[in-house]
Design a protein around this ligand. Structure first.
Ligand SMILES: [Zn+2]
Length: 327
């Protein structure tokens, strides 16, 4: 008896094997004994033109797609093999989980006990930022893993992705506003209120169906850049109120500058689809604009953390100096 495995691939059969059992009689006649359909989890990847219309987003990425799965299991199973969303998933999943671990332990063990003047607000403000980073990065990796499920799920998770970015920007701005205006609390309150209003407007916009349209890509990127650059208002106010060096120290402006650089360059590359626009198909699996954007977001978020910790230290050093002067 011989077993011959035949692979049949049709529209809906990409993950099914049809196993046929044959036997060969003495006179050489081949007899079909049974046919059984075996569910497997095929690693077949698709090209852009094989995708359903709703899944077509970037025609410059040609190969390596996981086609609409209509299965949660298949979406999660796609974590185990390499496709054109793998780097997008892991560049945010791993740092997101690291931020979560930091959220649990970092402030308690490493940062906050540094100064006796530390209050509960320091824990809240630093953890608030870590929480924003965690929500943004994990929400993004969920989107990139689960958008293959179906059009409805893709739309739902893309909104989670956008709301995550709004969380990260809001938590970033508010954490620095606290340290920038630690002795001018009314400014902190006013600018926090402005940030929350802008965040609410952004959230309403991203929940609108039109925001997800393909031709909205540069507008989407620009939208978040505008929200993030609203930080210019409290920084300019600070420059008027304090001197330049004081502002640099209060919010660790050099790290905020690097953070801004990475976010803006990442968003521009994403918006203009660089580098794949110069060589369609060459960056399908590694090196596409979206992947570079992800890495830049992570680097930018680390610079922000550095700025928040530096600001915390500057504030408490200043408070200790004032306390010593009074004594
Ligand atoms: Zn993404």
């Amino acid at each position: 008896m011989v077993n011959i495995n035949t692979v049949h691939r049709g529209e809906e059969q990409s993950s099914k094997l049809s196993r046929r059992r044959f036997s060969v009689s003495k006179n050489g006649t081949v007899l079909l004994e049974s046919t059984e359909i075996v569910e497997t989890y095929s690693k077949k990847l698709y090209s852009f033109h094989e995708l359903p219309e709703w899944q077509k987003d970037n025609e410059l990425i040609i190969q390596g797609y996981v086609r609409e799965t209509n299965s949660w299991f298949k979406c999660f199973h796609s974590l185990s093999y390499f496709h054109n969303e793998s780097i997008n998933i892991y560049t945010h999943l791993i740092p997101g989980l690291v931020y979560f671990i930091m959220l649990l332990f970092y402030t308690d063990l490493l940062v906050v006990p540094s100064f006796p003047s530390t209050t509960i607000m320091d824990y809240i403000v630093i953890d608030f930022y870590l929480l924003g980073a965690f929500i943004c990065l994990v929400g993004s990796s969920c989107f990139h893993c689960l958008k293959q499920h179906s059009e409805d799920q893709s739309n739902f998770w893309s909104k989670i992705d956008y709301v995550g970015i709004i969380c990260l920007i809001s938590c970033s701005l508010i954490s620095l506003l606290y340290y920038g205006y630690f002795d001018h609390f009314i400014y902190f309150k006013v600018f926090t209120l402005i940030t929350l209003i802008l965040a609410t407007i952004c959230t309403v916009c991203v929940l609108d169906e039109r925001f997800n349209a393909k031709n909205f890509r540069p507008i989407r990127a620009g939208f978040f850049v505008v929200f993030a650059t609203s930080a210019v208002i409290p920084i300019c106010t600070g420059l008027i109120k304090f001197d330049y060096v004081e502002v640099i120290n209060r919010i660790q402006l050099r790290f905020v500058g690097w953070e801004t650089f990475f976010y803006v360059v990442g968003a521009l590359l994403y918006g203009y689809r660089i580098p794949e626009i110069f060589a369609p198909g060459r960056f399908d699996l590694v090196g596409s604009s979206h992947q570079i954007f992800h890495v830049m977001v992570v680097i930018g978020s680390l610079f922000h953390l550095k700025a928040v910790i530096g600001s915390y230290e500057f504030m408490h050093k200043s408070l200790n100096v004032i306390e010593t002067a009074i004594q």
